[in-house]
Design a binder for this molecule. Sequence first.
Ligand SMILES: Nc1nc2c(ncn2[C@@H]2O[C@H](COP(=O)(O)OP(=O)(O)OP(=O)(O)O)[C@@H](O)[C@H]2O)c(=O)[nH]1
Length: 175
Amino acid sequence: MRVLVTGGVRSGKSHHAEHLLEGEASVTYVAPGPDETEEPDPDWALRLAAHRGRRPAHWTTVETADVATAIQQSAGPVLVDCLGTWLTRTIDQQGLWEAPVDEVTERVREEITRVVAALERDHPVVLVTNEVGLGVVPAHRSGRLFRDLLGETNRQVAAACEQVHLVIAGRVLVL
Ligand SMILES: Nc1nc2c(ncn2[C@@H]2O[C@H](COP(=O)(O)OP(=O)(O)OP(=O)(O)O)[C@@H](O)[C@H]2O)c(=O)[nH]1
């Protein structure tokens, strides 16, 4: 079973995603975002601490932007939280924020293809993402690029999943 969980900030999407894997004997939690040494911001450290504190002790955390490889190398169920940070780090690591849009789009599409291919497996995968395209057009190029590419990421990953759940204000809508 593959499930994509989407929603806004603090919508409860991470809680919901974790709940979906409750009861699984071993879960690999893939965190594509920076840890507190890479992102020395007290607010980020608090967020990470809250997440780590509520994860079952028997879950294994893998901190990497290479989500495709992390999924492939995990023997059991996987939770990826989240594709928004994955996208940011993918663009960061390849130094693509200033590259022509066509080039960024092509490189990100290659990475999306790798992630989608990794979803072909026998164990469950739950992926969390963000719904960022419901507001106004961002004023900055980087915001527009992120919004467009995350929309594309979500659509392609959703196409490879059996279920997509939209979380708003803690309520879950199965799409
Ligand atoms: N590097 C790293 N990141 C983590 C770890 N645990 C959680 N995170 C990240 O923390 C972020 C979640 O931050 P939150 O502020 O709770 O997210 P939110 O979107 O505001 O809230 P929800 O809608 O409830 O998910 C995600 O990007 C996770 O990947 C960890 O152990 N290491």
